[in-house]
Design a protein around this ligand. Structure first.
Ligand code: KE4
Length: 433
């Protein structure tokens, strides 16, 4: 593939933007090489500035579950933009998207819109602390909840990929009340609650982790968190920025049948535009200014364009028969095919997938798919890098890190999934040679 124009654009980007990217996950940091510069996208396809076409399994890191340039979402945006782009005042659309979210995720009795997942999780833990009057927050090692100081502790995603799970610039004071605990570690959770119970404001968790790669909760783990929060008066916060509307129509909380006190959302709720949200129990949410005293604000929160795109996205999902069976079966078909392709070449790989998200891991010989960060970080990232580039050369655009999840959209038909598996068969054979 010719990448001449991508290379030139990225070289200029590096003179203007740190690392040439506006988010480090895009920098190919752990796989090496130069990112391809995207010119446009349509359906499941990306097209780079050199005219190369890729089957997209990143989907903007999750939002594009309808595929790119969905006609209804684009039309909704055109209607919205003709009425102005931002008012900084209440609008009907904010009520519509709030009602739509509540219909799909009933635990969200009240919601506050913000402009990113980071804002959503930062605000949710401030609310948990303000509502309970307590300080301590549990987060799980390898989970990523955006880049607010208090949550940049043992963080996953690009923080882990690029070796800064505890970033410089985050002060000891900022994280003094954040307690990192290994994911799926029942005993560690019980010990921390034993030690801090009546000082615990909340637990924030990715109910299915995307940011170590896809890691699922062990049976009973989420139930344990619910029980410990109920017993101590702490709030259970499901960070569903990635899993919301992806793992199931009602997110991971519907899939596992666990009702959190607060939920954070992002990605799909914006349909590709900047929308984040936090919401949950009405009594808790009514502690947020101006109903209550917990401060949070945002110039572009509930922006008319962003809410129009998000609302239409959720409506298309809601009105599409068998939406989740289709996106989930694409993921399971892909996972089975990738594992089989690796095994046929004698390469040890394990796929974890749930709903429309998943990851192919390269664990040490004899090991199963990871259940926590210690196991995920033992995977063969060098082999992953070779697999990533060989697939990219064959027009398959995977997330550029072993510690990210890949995603399917409603546009990822069996034909496209089978194309991907066929490319993987060639790649794994070549990697063994
Ligand atoms: P944003 O601030 O990037 O909108 O959301 C932060 C966030 C919060 N919670 C979860 C579970 C998330 O996955 C994220 C962001 N996810 C990463 C990908 N793993 C976004 C990609 C990026 O950082 O560029």
């Amino acid at each position: 593939m010719d990448h001449t124009k991508s290379a030139a654009v990225f070289a200029q980007a590096q003179t203007l933007i740190p690392g040439g990217v506006n988010s480090p996950a895009r920098a190919f940091g752990s796989v090496g090489g130069t990112p391809v510069v995207i010119d446009r996208a349509e359906g499941p396809w990306l097209f780079d500035v050199d005219g190369n076409r890729y089957l997209d399994y990143v989907l903007s890191w999750g939002p594009m579950i309808l595929g790119h340039a969905n006609e209804r979402v684009s039309a909704a945006l055109c209607r919205a933009v003709s009425r102005g782009t931002s008012y900084g005042a209440p609008t009907v659309m904010e009520n519509k998207i709030a009602e739509q979210v509540r219909k799909m995720i009933p635990s969200i009795e009240k919601i506050r819109l913000v402009s990113s997942g980071t804002e959503a999780t930062m605000s949710a833990i401030r609310l948990a602390r303000g509502f309970t009057g307590r300080d301590k927050i549990i987060k799980f090692t390898g989970c990523y909840h955006g880049h607010s100081d208090a949550l940049l502790v043992s963080a996953g995603s690009s923080a882990a990929t690029l070796g800064v799970p505890n970033s410089p610039g985050v002060t000891a004071g900022a994280v003094a009340d954040t307690i990192p605990v290994p994911y799926n570690d029942f005993q560690a959770v019980s010990e921390v609650f034993q030690a801090y119970g009546d000082r615990m404001a909340g637990v924030i968790v990715e109910p299915v982790v995307g940011n170590m790669g896809c890691v699922v909760p062990k049976p009973g783990f989420l139930e344990l968190l619910r029980q410990k929060c109920d017993a101590s008066g702490a709030l259970l916060i499901f960070d569903e920025v990635m899993t919301g509307f992806r793992v199931a129509r009602g997110g991971a909380q519907e899939y596992f049948g666990i009702r959190p006190d607060l939920t954070t959302l992002g990605k799909i709720i914006g349909g590709g535009l900047p929308v984040g949200a936090y919401g949950g129990r009405a009594d808790v949410m009514d502690a947020v200014l101006p109903a209550g005293k917990v401060f949070q604000a945002g110039t572009l929160s509930g922006n008319p364009l962003a809410t129009a795109a998000g609302y239409e996205t959720l409506r298309v999902i809601d009105q599409t028969a068998d939406f989740y069976p289709r996106v989930a079966s694409a993921m399971s078909r892909l996972g089975a095919g990738l594992e089989e392709a690796a095994a046929a070449a004698g390469i040890h790989a394990r796929f974890t997938g749930i709903g429309a998200m998943g990851t192919l891991f390269f664990p040490p010989a004899g090991r199963e798919a990871p259940s926590c960060w210690a196991e995920a970080s033992a995977c063969d990232t060098r082999l992953f890098a070779r697999y990533f580039h060989a697939m990219l050369d064959r027009g398959i655009y995977l997330p550029c890190s072993q510690f990210e999840a890949l995603f399917t959209s409603i546009e990822h038909t069996d034909e496209f999934v089978d194309m991907t598996v066929a490319a993987a068969r060639e790649v794994f054979r070549s990697l063994k040679d």
